[in-house]
Design a protein. Sequence first.
Length: 248
Amino acid sequence: MNKLKNKIAIVTGGASGIGLETVKALVDREASVVIADYNEKAGKSLEKELLEKGAEVFFIYVDVAKEESVEKMVNDTVRKYGQLDIIVNNAGVGIITSTHEMSFEEYNKVISINQHGVFFGCKHAIQHMLKTAGCGCIINTSSILGFVGQPGAFAYNASKGAVNTLTKSLALEYAAKNIRVNSVNPGYVESGMVNREALGDFYDTLVEKHPIGRLGKPEEIAHAIIFLLENEFVTGLNLIVDGGYTTQ
C-alpha cells in the first residue's frame, strides 16, 4: 500500500541536497510536491526536470527566515491543491567561527533560518492541517549537532538543539489531533560544501568520526524521512541517521 500517493507535500530547501532527494523520493511515491527554496534558478530547474518526467511538482520561492514568506508558501500550496498533508522543514544554514568573534548578524542569520524558519513552517502548516479534520505530518530536518557540541558551531548547535526540543513539544501538543511531528538528525552528509575537494584534509577527519567509515548520502536521509512519513505510529522522535557518530 502506497500511503503517500496523492498526498500534498512541501519541502523547504527542496532544490538541493537532502531536500532535493526528499522531493524525488516523494515523487517516486506519487505525492504532489511543492519545491520551496530561496534559490529560484535551482528550484525552477528541478521543477522543469521533474515535470518532464510526469511528476506533479510546483516551485515556490520562499525565504524561511521571514514569516510572511512562509505563510504565503503554505497558502499558495493550499490554494493550488486544496489541502496540505506534509511539510518537511528542511532549509538550513551553518557557519563555523569562534563564538567570541561571531557577530550578532551571523548568529541571528543561523537562528532565523534554522530555528525561526522551522517554527514558521510548523505554525502555518498546522493551521491548515487542523482545518482538514486534523491530520498531517511534519518532519523537521535537524542534525546530530542538536545532540552533541562542536567547537565553532555555537549558533548551529543552538538552533538544532531547539529544533529537537520543539519537535517533541509539538508532537505532544497535536498528537490528539492526529498531527505527527518528528525530526531527522543526520550526521555529516556529502553534499554542497561537504566534500573532499572543498574540505581538503578535514574531510578525512570527518570521515573518521563516523564508525561506518564514510559520510552519509542525501538519499539515505531522504529514505529516513520517508520512513517517518509512512509509519503512522511514530511521533515525537528525533531520529538519528549518522553512521554511528553519536554512539562513541
